[in-house]
Design a protein around this ligand. Structure first.
Ligand code: GLC
Length: 724
């Protein structure tokens, strides 16, 4: 094997000839490789087809990372198969989800990233309690070892390697309403009008698969959406963004332009005989565009013109594992087998029949049956399986670079690979309206943030199955702290819009969403601050506290930026919960209406805090500040922010960097932003307040006033207003 040092403390170990995945942005050509026989930390074994790495786990070893996976925040005790699959039932024993992020941290020891585009199995103390065994079915891959004991430094180094996280437009921090489906313009308008009539803030409404004509990608059904242009204008006037879904499967239909062009130009993935591979997804029989081919990406990216011409810059790419309901021949074969049983007496065989039909979906064999034509040669999908979602997003973004080079876009994808966080983001796929999935949501949010997906989120309220009003409320409260705040639910399930239950529930939901909008100046500023520092925006306590080790075991509380800790209620019928407050004192704010400051100072340690159904527990860290916008907003960009309220808990000194830009372009990269440093220092009689503008900036802030509400350790408040 070869070895090269890069960055501050990273070593790349190269095995064979790895496929160039695109995960790493650093130029690898200039690296100085030397031969080596040794790996630090690991022992290894290999044969012609399999490479196994082994790490001896001590009882106290903790493993974090792996991005979008189930299991604990500490990944020990479970086996993970990083192989993208569309599994809509996220039960605890499942080993694969939609993406692959093979980056992990062995706490206090080192970090690692394996750049390999097909299945990698991480058996982390599952088969043997004290062994982490990593299996790669190949001898061609890059292994990066981050030799540091500092978890944050490891994450930073990983992000230097794979790229700075993607930044969505500012409106994407607003509330977003989704449903499979709001099938036509009339329904979408009604939903939009409801939000405005009821004065519940909302920024976006999603368009699920039913907006298309027969599920044909890059079409809009004119019967359901007559005069789309006009409809779009009306939505825009009301301050709504539309977010259409885009699926990769192209319907096989004579005369349909996307199909005809793709076929003629040879843009679809081929089967072993060189024919266009056929799979079945929503539109029926489809072909898959070969996104690994740059020419195909160019073609696909330009198709977004249909939407960008209408002023739509926000999308969700779905089904891109790629998901396959079944392959026609496989279904035929199965039906034939069943048919042959027609005249037999069926007993226990029934269970085989039952499972047989399910097993036709996303069957592993299919992925060896179609091929990609890449710049590096021909590969089966199986060999590059985890890259399809990323390359679909890349095609989309390359299209945006041509079509809307100055616009920040929202782009969610379901499938992803390491490095995806640089160009777009993901949502967490098809969860359920289960209380258990709120904990899954939190753990995944933290693990994904550590893998560079700073802006991400789950389907709030749960996608599959029916939700109770209590569950939706508690999940909406958790969602206040989720960068992507999107409520989504599946076809045939109970509705989850704020008004879907009764008036009391609706009022509570309204207050929750209002709180989210009030927090946007804090969230947006801290988001940019985390990007600048390359440290997770939403983070586990253990990245901040090295206390008596308790912080390492807290999986249901998390930091949002640097000043705020969330401890959502995720248990049914709970009137409160235990919280662990590390190290310093905390200002506990119980929010039912964000305009009321129901605050109390709490000492470090464990507390039982009460929180009724309409109350959200929020904790402000000692010597830190948060900023709020108290003005009523229907959507993020409705009005420029002229006044912010700084709420602080200051026993010594606290600082906050407020960030503002146009929220929709990349001009911030040229210094077109305002950064305002706000400092509060305790003195003998009260506080000193300092506000310092970054003079190098080329952007004029809209802020006119800053109001301060500062609490001391005795819960005494000092208020002060400063005009800018
Ligand atoms: C998939 C997506 C889900 C979407 C549905 C219909 O299940 O994950 O979000 O609503 O397809 O398009």
């Amino acid at each position: 094997m070869l070895k090269a040092n890069l960055l501050n403390f990273t070593t790349l170990y190269r095995f064979g000839t790895p496929f160039e995945t695109d995960a790493v942005t650093l130029d690898k050509k200039s690296l100085n490789f030397t031969e080596t026989e040794q790996l630090p930390f690991f022992s290894f074994e290999k044969n012609d087809t399999i490479f196994t790495l082994k790490f001896q786990l001590n009882e106290e070893d903790r493993i974090y990372g792996l991005g979008q996976t189930l299991g604990g925040l500490n990944k020990r005790g479970k086996r993970y198969k990083l192989y993208a699959t569309d599994d809509p039932l996220h039960t605890p024993e499942k080993e694969s989800l939609y993406g692959s992020h093979p980056f992990l941290i062995v706490n206090n020891k080192f970090g690692l990233f394996i750049d390999y585009p097909s299945e990698i199995i991480f058996d982390i103390g599952f088969t043997k309690h004290d062994i982490m065994e990593i299996t790669i079915p190949s001898n061609n891959f890059d292994l990066y070892i981050f030799n540091s004991q500092n978890n944050i430094e490891i994450i930073k180094e990983y992000l230097k390697l794979t790229g700075t996280p993607y930044i969505p437009p500012k409106w994407a921090f607003g509330y977003q309403q989704c449903r499979w489906s709001y099938p036509d313009a009339k329904t979408i308008k009604e939903v939009a009008e409801n939000f405005r009539k009821k004065e519940i803030p909302c920024d976006a409404i999603y368009m699920d698969i039913d907006y298309m004509k027969d599920f044909k990608v890059f079409t809009i059904d004119e019967n359901k959406f007559p005069d789309f242009d006009k409809f779009m204008k009306e939505m825009k006037e009301k301050g709504f963004k539309l977010v259409p879904i885009v699926d990769p499967g192209v319907k096989i239909e004579k005369g349909y332009d996307v199909y005809e062009e793709g076929k003629e130009k040879g843009y679809f993935c081929k089967d072993k005989d060189g024919k266009d591979f056929v799979a079945t997804v929503w539109p029926g029989f489809t072909h898959f565009p070969d996104f690994l081919n740059p020419e195909v990406r160019k073609w696909w990216g330009r198709k977004y013109k249909l939407f960008t011409d209408l002023g739509i810059y926000s999308f969700w790419n779905d089904m891109n594992e790629p998901s396959i309901f079944f392959v026609p021949d496989a279904l035929k074969k199965y039906l034939k087998e069943i048919n042959e049983m027609l005249n037999k007496e069926i007993g226990l065989e029934f269970f085989g029949i039952k499972d047989g039909i399910n097993a036709l979906s996303n069957k592993r064999e299919y992925y060896s049956e179609f091929y990609h034509n890449t710049p590096y040669g021909k590969f089966s999908n199986e060999e590059l399986h985890n890259l399809y979602g990323y390359y679909m997003a890349k095609a989309t973004v390359e299209g945006f670079n041509e079509l809307i080079p100055d616009k920040r876009y929202l782009l969610l994808s379901r499938s992803s690979y390491a490095g995806h966080h640089r160009i777009a983001t993901i949502w967490m796929g098809d969860n359920m309206s289960w209380w258990e999935h709120m904990l899954v949501n939190i753990r995944m949010l933290l693990s994904l943030n550590m893998a560079g997906f700073f802006y991400t989120g789950a389907d709030i309220g749960g996608f599959g199955s029916n939700a109770s009003p209590e569950l939706v409320i508690r999940w909406m409260q958790l969602g206040v702290f989720s960068p992507l705040y999107r409520n989504h639910s599946a076809l045939g399930t109970r509705h989850q819009e704020p008004w879907a239950f009764d008036e009391n529930i609706e009022n509570i939901m309204k207050k929750i969403i209002e709180f989210r909008y009030a927090l946007i100046p804090y969230l947006y500023s801290e988001f940019f601050n985390s990007i600048e520092e390359l440290t997770p925006f939403i983070s586990p306590l253990f990245l901040h506290y090295n206390d008596d080790e308790t912080s390492f075991e807290i999986e249901d509380q998390f930091m949002v930026g640097k000043s705020l800790m969330a401890a959502p209620i995720i248990q049914p019928n709970a009137k409160g919960r235990f919280v662990y407050l590390p190290e310093n004192k905390w200002l506990y704010w119980k929010v039912s209406d964000f305009k009321e400051r129901n605050v109390e100072v709490l000492n470090p340690g464990t507390h039982y805090i009460k929180a009724g159904l309409n109350e959200i527990p929020v904790f402000i860290k000692e010597n830190s500040l948060i900023v709020l916008n108290e003005e009523k907003l229907n959507y993020v960009d409705e009005k420029a922010t002229e006044e912010i309220i700084v709420i602080g808990f200051v026993t010594d000194k606290a600082e906050f960097i407020y960030f503002e830009d146009d929220g929709e372009s990349f001009a911030f990269k040229e210094g077109n932003y305002a950064k305002i440093k706000i400092t509060v220092i305790k003195n003998k009689n009260g506080y000193d307040f300092e506000v310092e503008k970054d003079e190098s900036e080329k952007f004029e802030t809209s802020l006119k006033r800053i109001k301060f509400e500062i609490y001391n350790e005795n819960n005494e408040k000092v208020v002060f207003t400063l005009s800018l």
